[in-house]
Write a protein that binds this ligand. Structure first.
Ligand code: GLU
Length: 331
């Protein structure tokens, strides 16, 4: 049974927190039966719907891992955060923001309707497919591999290893993703694409197919929480202004058309993907009492059973519980 409110003023040792998280993961794992794995990209159907795992990495290095935290998965839409950061670092913020807005849509991630209804406007934000494909078209390079190189380099700087591309996932999406092609053609017609359509889509499908583990997401989240600086060596990996914008976009647009509810009830910047992954983060917070991870942390959650919005059904409930228990909310 999940415990009620706890007084965290006692010892915040790793072992103590670990016991709580283990308990919560096994409780929320039961909720996976309420969701379904994504099927519109055929390979995603192969995921195990019962999986639920979490990894939390603190600024002070404390790490909690629980459940199916070792299962690798493709980042899917979580990549939108990284391509946005890289585009801003390469092209400059104003160049990118001239071509894609920072407004939530309240519509599904792959909606075309909004584009059509607001024909003269740029795509709403970089966290929906139309905005993300536009951002990907701004990455510099002639081929998809050249365009993705700075994304891999950014990830490698944060993780100290180079994640790999899951070629099967890439091919599965490339061969099935007709709606993204439709969005691509629409963007081409309206003049928002900065590169060749096929190369842009190839790059987009590849960025979605980068494979990671939860610890990777938690570590990246922790660096973004820390305004782009790696606390281990004080190195600036992401310019502060770009990291802040990424956090704002995650908070307002990161959880599909459930972003408002997530901000209200969980209250931390997060981005999810249809593979069931979520990257979330808690910036340093000032409170009168001692609280877990008060200096900030990154969180990775994986649970491939999705709700009707496309978010990990058990993952969201687990995150909400932890955020409430540990007072992680920004508000
Ligand atoms: N590759 C997926 C798509 O574009 C990502 C969607 C998602 O994770 O939201 O359809």
């Amino acid at each position: 049974m999940v415990q009620g409110a706890t007084n965290w003023n006692t010892e915040l040792t790793q072992e103590w927190l670990q016991n709580y998280v283990d308990d919560w993961v096994s409780f929320y794992r039961k909720h996976t039966v309420d969701g379904n794995v994504a099927s519109y990209i055929p390979i995603l159907q192969e995921a195990n719907r019962d999986h639920l795992g979490i990894s939390i990495v603190g600024k002070n290095g404390m790490t909690i891992r629980s459940g199916d935290f070792e299962v690798p998965f493709t980042i899917q839409s979580i990549s939108k955060v990284f391509s946005f950061i890289v585009a801003c670092m390469g092209r400059g913020l104003s160049y990118v923001l001239d071509r894609v807005d920072v407004e939530p849509t309240g519509e599904a991630f792959n909606s075309i309707m909004h584009l059509e209804m607001t024909q003269l406007k740029k795509p709403f934000n970089p966290m929906i497919n139309a905005g993300a494909i536009t951002v990907t078209s701004m990455l510099e390079g002639r081929t998809s591999d050249e365009k993705l190189e700075p994304v891999f380099q950014l990830l490698e700087r944060m993780l100290d290893y180079r994640p790999h591309l899951n070629v099967d996932a890439y091919e599965s999406e490339r061969d099935s993703s007709m709606r993204n092609r439709a969005i691509g053609y629409y963007l081409l017609e309206t003049g928002y694409l900065e590169s060749d359509l096929n190369i842009t889509l190839e790059t987009y499908f590849k960025q979605c197919s980068i494979e990671v583990t939860l610890e990777d997401l938690a570590r990246i989240g922790m660096i973004i929480a820390n305004d782009g600086e790696d606390p281990n060596n004080k190195e600036e990996i992401i310019p502060r202004q770009v990291a802040r914008l990424a956090k704002a976009l995650m908070l307002t647009c990161g959880m599909y058309d459930a972003s408002g509810k997530f901000a209200a009830y969980v209250g931390v910047p997060a981005k999810s993907g249809v593979s069931g992954g979520i990257i979330a983060l808690s910036p340093p917070r000032v409170r009168d009492e001692e609280l877990p991870f008060v200096t900030g942390c990154g969180i990775g959650v994986y649970g491939p059973a999705l709700d009707d919005k496309g978010n990990s059904i058990a993952g969201i409930r687990l995150l909400r519980h932890i955020a409430n228990q540990w007072d992680l909310s920004l508000f």
